[in-house]
Design a protein around this ligand. Sequence first.
Ligand SMILES: [Mn+2]
Length: 345
Amino acid sequence: MNVWVSTSTLDEIADALRNAPDAVLLTHEKPDGDALGSTLALARALTRLGADATPVYSGAWSARFDPIVGATPVLRLGETPDLSALPDDPAVIVIADTGAWSQLTTVRPWLEPRVERAVVLDHHLHGDPGVAPRRHIDTGDAAVCQSVALLCRRLLCVDRIDELPASIAEPLYLGLATDTGWFRHSNVSPEALRLAADLLDAGADHARLYRLIEQSESPCRLRLIGRALASMALIAGGAGAVITLSLEDVKACGASGDDTGGLADMPLAIGSVRASATITEIGARRAKVSLRSKSADGDEPAVDVNRVARALGGGGHAQAAGARLDLPLDEARARVIDALEAALQ
Ligand SMILES: [Mn+2]
């Protein structure tokens, strides 16, 4: 039985938020565009209602998000997180774009005694029900920003998405665009595209967001991509591809750990490759793997990389998932290759 299902409607969650004088908005560690966009949009909507809303971000932060946050007050928990900076007694806690303890490690000691006030908004296939009693989960959403857009519409009592303020439409568009790979991935749906159009009508600036997110790389980052591609090995007769990046690679390029993301889709550019794994060393005995697969092609089903990730102790979506392994890089690589080869049988 799947326990990761909704327990609340968006109307019920909107009612709970409308009556809250203050709220803390959490999301997964190392926020991506959807994590940032959903929490920022919600914070701005709640602020308009007169509430005191604080988005809280932990793990690595991408400086390219700074112009998108602008003057909106957010709390960033840095390298040595100080949980006493979090409000002691918020009326409600919203957790967006995850519901897994494994992605909430930094804030867990603060959240755990307060879970009764927590609400999860998510679109992933799995999570921990203990994180929040009230949950709205729509695994059909391309981005959690899709449900958050509907929630913002209810909170601000506007009839249509294109009537949302531009300052709320913009972060929602960011989440939708980045979680769909700028409208290229198989999660693109008519609903997602209609929402995107409405958000553009509301004033989201596509060109600005694309430039900020996709055209702001450092030269080090492109050198690192070169190294990553040079490391690529084909497995399972060319149906799988594995990229490995060591801390040494990162150093040699003058790059930082923040530069290692976003490589996982690249091997899918190869015709024969159906699924890929990108393994990044993040510590002496710690590695991260990002898994991706292509959509179904005729009779050939998509490789369910969520299952591969689950076998490695992680999870995610059917075509984009990940895990962390407490192993040296070479052992992590061997385990990932075994798991991916099994899925490609
Ligand atoms: Mn997401």
